[in-house]
Design a protein around this ligand. Sequence first.
Ligand SMILES: Cc1cc2nc3c(=O)[nH]c(=O)nc-3n(C[C@H](O)[C@H](O)[C@H](O)COP(=O)(O)O)c2cc1C
Length: 208
Amino acid sequence: MKALILYDSRSSAGSTESIIDSIGLSLAESGFYVEKAKCKATADYSFVKDFDLVILGAPVYNFIVASQLLGALIQGNLKINLKRKKIALFLTCGSSQSTATLFYLPQLKIHLIRNKILVEKIFAPDAFSDGDLIDSFVEDLLYEYNRGPKSKALSAKWTEEAQECYQSMPSFVHEKFRTMAEEYAEDMGYKEITLAVLEEAKGSFGAP
Ligand SMILES: Cc1cc2nc3c(=O)[nH]c(=O)nc-3n(C[C@H](O)[C@H](O)[C@H](O)COP(=O)(O)O)c2cc1C
């Protein structure tokens, strides 16, 4: 299992890096191979494909999530390389949980609507050196990461239109199509398979 911690910070050895090092250590103790990389908006993120889990972390400066991480998502090729990746997010900031949840986290999440976000966390100043909070972030993350698809049996509901689309396909692709759609829905946390979900799943697998 390979985990990548992608982060941004203006400080060297600041609070964000210290949290990252603790998270990295905990993940390594749990059997992950861990790498960390500091974001640059213009970097090539194709290496992200080699990782099973990606943790994005950054501070907030002047009401905006640190610019190199946001830039990598907006201008760079990070978003495309995060396709179908399991992701965790955290922010470090001086504001309260509610402010950060309302104003700062969405700045990242809006670029990750096609990803399954396993856990998200705000680390406020009193949490920077709180080992318990960092441990609980990693515990939640490992729990969600290992939870996986519940079963190969149909766990999502199919809408009537989606079932019609399924039935209209040649029978020899039924099994493959069904597995692909259900695994995609499970990965993305969708409770129901609709035509839109099928379209998304096809796009995600690179199908025409
Ligand atoms: C110049 C500057 C601007 C900041 N602006 C904000 C802000 O708008 N909102 C907030 O919640 N915290 C803000 N903070 C607090 C930082 O997000 C917080 O201290 C963070 O942990 C810094 O991470 P670092 O140590 O990796 O640089 C600011 C800090 C600095 C130094």
